[in-house]
Design a binder for this molecule. Structure first.
Ligand code: SF4
Length: 717
C-alpha cells in the first residue's frame, strides 16, 4: 500500500488528504483527512470522499470522442487532436480569428497545469474572445480590488482566526468552506471565533447553515448589500468614528467617500434593504467598536445587479473602520508562488473596455467578456458571429444565465471542442470531446487561491495514482492543441513557456539551471516558488503542506495602483452610485429567486458520483410559508416557477429560513439525461436547471457579471 499526501482540489479550502492506493498506485483504497496538514488538521467535507468515486466513475470518459452523424465514436488521441485543431483552424481561416472564442470553467482554477498552459493555447488560438465562469461569480470583486488596490487578485480576506467580530454577507462559509477565502474547516473556525468571545453576524436572504452558528442573523433583500454597507459607513462618519487606522497615510479619497455616503442614511435605505435604521446603526457601531472586525462578502454580493458597488463597499467598511491590513481585520495573504499578472505598462490602455461584445457592446473586464452574452454572440448580429468555441472544463449550459438559449446556440456553432471528463449538458453539443486524467492522477499546486488564504502556506500535491496511459493531462491537451494551431513543436512551445515564465519571474543564469524536471507544470511551479517572497524550492516543501505563518500587514507593498495608494473613491465606481440611489425608490418585486450552495455539490461538479448523489432530492425550491399560502402551495407540491427567461417545475419545501418574498433554488442541476452520459446524475439527482430562469439580459453593468440572485419570478401550483 502507498500513501500520498496532497490537497483536495474540489474547492478553495484545499484540505489536506491522505490517499491510500495499492502498491502499484493503480487503485484508490481510501481518501482520509490528513491530520498532519498544518492548515486543515484532518478536516474534510463529504466531497473529498468523492475523489475516489470520480476516479472510478464508469461514465468518466477514457477515450476522446468525435461526433459522427448523430452520435459520438471513440478515436485515438492523434486523430482527436488533428480533428479539433483542423475544425478550429477552418473556422479561423474562413471567418477570421474573431469568429473563435474560449470558455473557461471553474475547475480550471483548481488545476495548475491548466492555469500555466492556457496562455500557450490562447496565444496559438489567437482570439481575444474569452468568456469564463468568473463573470458568473467573482469578477465584481476583481474589478473593485483593481480599482482600489491596483490588482484583480489583491483581495483582502478576513483574518478569521484572530478577529473579534465577523460580519458575513451573501456567503455561506459553513457549507462552502470559504470562497475567495482559503480556510479549511470554516465551521470549526467560526465556532472558535465565538468561543474566544468574538461575535458572528450573518446577513443574508436565507437563514443559512452559517447563520445557525452566528450570534445574529438578519434577512436582507437580495441585491441591497451595497446600500446597507454604505449606510453603515455613513454612520461611522456621522458618529465621528470613521478612521483609517494603519492605512491613514496610504489612501486617497476619504473626503469624497464621506460626501458620497451622505445620501445613504439608515433611514433612506432601510425599506430597500429590509433592515430597520436602528439596527443598521447598531450594526455599524458594534463593528466600529469591536477591538478588531472584518466584513466578508461573497457570491451573493457579486452575482447581483450592484455587484461591483457591493464588493467595493465591503472593503470600504473594512477600511473606514480602521480594520484594513491589521491583525483581526481584513488582510492580504502572501503568496509563496506568485502567479505572474500581466502588468499594465505606462501608456497602455487599462484592462477595461479595450474591446466589446458585438450585440450589446459590453466591455471586456480584465480580458473577459460576460458569459451572459455568449449565446447572443453565437447567434450574432448583421452576419458577424462566433462560429467556433473551445470549452475548457466548463458546463456553461448549467452555469450561465439562460442556459436553455445557450444550449440552442451551441447547436448552431460550426465547430465546438470541449475538454471535459464527461459527456455533459454542454459537451454533448461538441464535435470533439477531449477527456483528461482524474485529479488524483495529476501533480497539482494552488497558485490561484492561496493568495486569498486565512493563513500563509503552500502545498505541492504529488500524483497519488499512476496516470492512465490512455489519457492525457489537461496541460498536455492544451499543449498539443497549441502546437497544431500554431504549427510549432510541443517541445518548442514548452521551452518557450518555461523561458518566458523564468524571465517574468526574474530567474536566469545559474539560478535557472538549478530548476530541474522535464516538461510540465511541476518545473514551472518550481520557478514560481523560487521567485516568491519566501525563496522556496520544490525540495523545501513538506509533503503534508508548508505553513508560512499567520497573515501579516502587507501594505503598501501589496498595492499596485498608479498612485501607490489605496483609491477609496474610484471614479468608475463612484459614478455608479446614482443607479443605486435611484433603486432605493423602486417598488420591490413580489417574489425573487436566489441560489443556494450545498455541501455535497460544487456547481455542477461531482453530481455523477454515487456516494455524493445518493439520498433525498436536493434540488428543491425553498419557499416561505406565507408565500406558499399566497400561491396556494403546500410542502412537497410540484410548482411552476417562471421568469422572463423560462420556467421549471420543481418540488417545494416550506421553510421560514427563507425571507418572505424570496425563493431559493440550488444551481448546477438539470441533468435530464438527454444526449448526456451521466447516468447517476440523471437517475439520482436530476433536478432542474436554475439557469433556465436566470436572465441573460440582467447584468452588473460595471463588471458584466451575471445577475444570478434577485431574479423576478412567479410561482404557481
Ligand atoms: S472543503 Fe471539502 S471539497 Fe473543499 S477542499 Fe475541503 S474536503 Fe475538498
Amino acid at each position: 500500500m502507498t500513501t500520498t499526501y496532497r490537497t483536495c482540489p474540489l474547492c478553495e479550502a484545499h484540505c489536506g488528504v491522505s490517499v491510500e492506493t495499492d502498491s502499484m498506485r493503480r487503485r484508490v483504497i481510501s481518501v482520509r483527512g490528513d491530520a498532519d496538514d498544518p492548515h486543515s488538521h484532518g478536516y474534510l467535507c463529504p466531497k473529498a470522499h468523492g475523489l475516489k468515486g470520480l476516479h472510478e466513475d464508469p461514465d468518466r470518459l477514457r477515450r476522446p470522442l468525435i461526433r459522427d452523424g448523430a452520435g459520438f465514436r471513440e478515436v485515438a488521441w492523434g486523430a482527436a487532436f488533428d480533428f479539433a485543431a483542423e475544425g478550429l483552424g477552418r473556422v479561423r481561416a474562413v471567418h477570421g480569428v474573431d469568429a473563435l472564442a474560449l470558455y473557461v470553467g471553474n475547475p480550471t482554477a483548481h488545476d495548475l497545469g491548466s492555469l500555466l498552459y492556457l496562455p500557450a493555447f490562447t496565444g496559438a488560438l489567437g482570439s481575444k474572445w474569452a468568456f469564463s465562469a468568473a463573470t458568473c461569480d467573482q469578477i465584481p470583486k476583481n474589478l473593485a480590488c483593481r480599482e482600489m488596490f491596483g490588482g484583480e487578485y489583491v483581495i483582502p480576506v478576513p483574518d478569521i482566526d484572530r478577529t473579534d467580530h465577523l460580519m458575513v454577507l451573501g456567503a455561506n462559509p459553513a457549507i462552502s468552506n470559504g470562497s475567495l477565502l482559503t480556510a479549511p474547516d470554516m465551521p470549526g473556525r467560526l465556532r472558535a471565533l465565538r468561543e474566544r468571545g468574538g461575535k458572528l453576524i450573518v446577513i443574508d436572504p436565507r437563514r443559512t447553515e452559517t447563520a445557525a452558528l452566528a450570534d445574529e442573523h438578519h434577512f436582507l433583500r437580495p441585491g441591497s448589500d451595497a446600500a446597507l454597507l454604505l449606510a453603515m459607513v455613513n454612520v461611522l462618519f456621522v458618529d465621528g468614528v470613521a478612521s483609517l487606522g494603519p492605512i491613514s497615510k496610504l489612501t486617497n479619497g476619504m473626503a469624497e467617500v464621506e460626501s458620497h455616503v451622505t445620501r445613504f442614511t439608515p433611514e433612506r435605505v432601510g425599506a430597500f434593504v429590509g433592515i430597520g435604521p436602528a439596527t443598521i446603526r447598531r450594526l455599524a457601531r458594534e463593528f466600529a467598536a469591536a477591538p478588531s472586525a472584518a466584513c466578508y462578502g461573497r457570491i451573493g454580493t457579486c452575482t447581483q445587479r450592484f455587484g461591483t458597488l457591493a464588493s467595493w463597499a465591503v472593503d470600504l467598511l473594512n477600511a473606514t473602520s480602521g480594520n484594513l491590513d491589521r491583525p483581526g481585520g481584513a488582510m492580504f495573504a502572501g503568496s509563496a508562488a506568485p502567479f505572474p499578472q500581466a502588468p499594465v505598462r505606462e501608456g497602455e490602455p487599462e484592462p477595461y473596455g479595450r474591446w466589446h461584445t458585438r450585440v450589446r457592446n459590453l466591455p471586456e473586464v480584465g480580458g473577459q467578456l460576460p458569459s451572459a452574452a455568449l449565446a447572443e454572440e453565437i447567434e450574432g448580429v448583421g452576419g458577424e458571429r462566433l462560429r467556433g468555441l473551445y470549452v475548457h472544463m466548463g458546463n456553461p449550459v448549467l452555469s450561465t444565465p439562460n442556459g436553455v438559449r445557450l444550449a440552442k446556440a451551441l447547436g448552431t456553432l460550426d465547430f465546438l471542442v470541449c475538454h471535459d471528463l464527461y459527456v455533459n449538458e454542454t459537451s454533448r453539443h461538441a464535435n470533439v470531446i477531449l477527456p483528461s486524467t482524474s485529479p488524483l492522477e495529476r501533480g497539482n499546486a494552488d497558485v490561484f487561491f492561496y493568495p486569498m488564504a486565512a493563513r500563509n502556506g503552500v502545498h505541492w500535491s504529488a500524483p497519488a495514482l499512476e496516470p492512465d496511459p490512455a489519457l492525457r493531462h489537461p496541460w498536455q491537451v492544451l499543449l498539443e492543441l497549441a502546437a497544431r494551431l500554431s504549427g510549432a513543436d510541443t517541445a518548442v512551445i514548452d521551452d518557450l513557456l518555461f523561458r518566458g515564465l523564468a524571465a517574468t519571474c526574474g530567474i536566469a543564469g545559474e539560478a535557472l539551471e538549478q530548476v530541474g524536471g522535464s516538461a510540465g507544470p511541476e518545473r514551472l511551479f518550481d520557478l514560481l516558488l523560487r521567485s516568491g517572497p519566501y525563496g522556496l524550492t520544490l525540495d523545501d516543501l513538506d509533503p503534508h503542506g508548508t505553513d508560512l505563518g499567520p497573515l501579516e500587514p502587507r501594505l503598501p507593498g501589496a498595492l499596485a495602483t498608479p498612485s501607490g495608494k489605496i483609491e477609496l473613491a474610484p471614479a468608475r465606481i463612484i459614478a455608479d452610485l446614482d443607479r443605486l440611489e435611484a433603486a432605493l425608490d423602486e417598488e420591490p418585486e413580489a417574489l425573487v429567486l436566489v441560489g443556494r450552495r450545498q455541501m455535497r455539490s460544487n456547481n455542477s461538479w461531482m453530481h455523477n458520483v454515487r456516494a455524493l448523489a445518493k439520498g433525498r432530492q436536493r434540488c428543491v425550491l425553498l419557499v416561505h410559508p406565507s408565500d406558499a399560502e399566497r400561491c396556494g402551495l403546500e410542502a412537497g407540491d410540484l410548482a411552476t416557477l417562471r421568469s422572463r427567461s423560462g420556467k421549471v417545475r420543481v418540488p417545494v419545501s416550506l421553510s421560514d429560513s427563507i425571507m418572505p418574498g424570496v425563493v431559493s433554488l440550488p444551481h448546477g442541476f438539470g441533468h435530464t439525461g438527454e444526449g448526456t452520459r451521466m447516468a447517476i446524475a440523471s437517475a439520482l439527482q436530476p433536478g432542474v436547471n436554475s439557469n433556465a430562469l436566470t436572465d441573460e439580459t440582467l447584468l452588473d453593468p460595471l463588471s458584466g457579471n451575471a445577475v444570478l440572485n434577485g431574479i423576478p419570478v412567479t410561482l404557481e401550483a
